[in-house]
Design a protein around this ligand. Structure first.
Ligand code: 5GP
Length: 239
């Protein structure tokens, strides 16, 4: 196992995001933890699956059901966020809810594979490197349910990640659903509605599109897509 310093991996942070350049490492010794990150991340021992879609499209519901119904060894990468927990959300299950200073400390320590502040309101979200590395090396298919900017950073770094974008049946329906959801205040809803158009404009960056007609149908479709990757050699093109 080779030991590296954080700066060996080209971790770059700016005011909005921080990312990791994975080349050319294969293993990282960072502080007291050892992470093994394969440059492809679709190593024989596990795969990286990115699922995005605009806020309100039902991603979390679909992903939760997918984890229950799909027979593949899927696991969800629990992200960190600085937003307040919603009713019913649990620490360590839905998110790691961090104070901003703790999030920034961990960001500066290079603990995020990617992180982003999507709504320009000071609320950050980030994928913890250790969570992903632990899952992939344990042979799991690690699902990142993340927004498009973070997703594009991960795609740049891990080009054979399996990428899926969940679409609403119609933009109008999405907007109605988001406005009627009641989990955000009026300003946060306005930010999310504005952001939805941007997210939809980037759908073609993803290899697969799934319309969330009904949750069971979307889950089945995603599971079918993932199954096309089972037993494939690394890097083989998609269907
Ligand atoms: P919510 O506040 O509704 O849970 O999430 C808002 C947005 O942040 C969603 O699009 C969700 O997919 C995204 N998100 C959740 N975790 C992460 C993460 O670790 N990184 C990034 N870039 N986006 C995330």
């Amino acid at each position: 196992m080779i030991g590296f310093k954080v700066q060996d991996f080209g971790i770059g942070c700016d005011a909005k995001s921080c990312t990791l350049n994975p080349e050319p490492f294969r293993s990282i010794h960072l502080r007291t933890s050892t992470f093994v990150l394969h440059p492809s991340m679709n190593s024989p021992s596990g795969k990286l699956v990115i699922i995005s879609g605009p806020s309100g499209v039902g991603k979390s519901t679909v992903v939760k059901q997918l984890l229950q119904d799909c027979e593949l060894p899927l696991c969800l990468s629990v992200s960190a966020t600085t937003r307040q927990p919603r009713q019913g959300e649990e620490e360590g299950k839905d998110y790691y809810f961090l104070q901003l200073d703790e999030f920034q400390r961990r960001r500066e320590a290079g603990e995020f594979l990617e992180c982003f502040e999507p709504y320009g309101n000071g609320i950050w979200y980030g994928t913890l490197r250790e969570t992903v590395a632990t899952g992939v090396t344990a042979g799991e298919w690690v699902i990142l349910e993340i927004e498009v900017n973070g997703a594009m950073e991960v795609m740049k770094a891990f080009s054979d990640a399996i990428t899926i974008f969940i679409l609403p049946q119609s933009t109008e329906q999405l907007k109605e659903q988001l406005a009627g959801r009641g989990t955000e205040d009026a300003e946060a809803t306005r930010q999310r509605l504005k952001r939805a158009d941007y997210e939809l404009s980037l759908k073609d960056r993803y290899r697969h599109h799934v319309v969330n007609t009904t949750v069971p149908e979307a889950v089945q479709e995603i599971c079918d897509i993932l199954n096309t990757y089972a037993n494939r050699p690394e890097g083989e093109p998609t269907v």
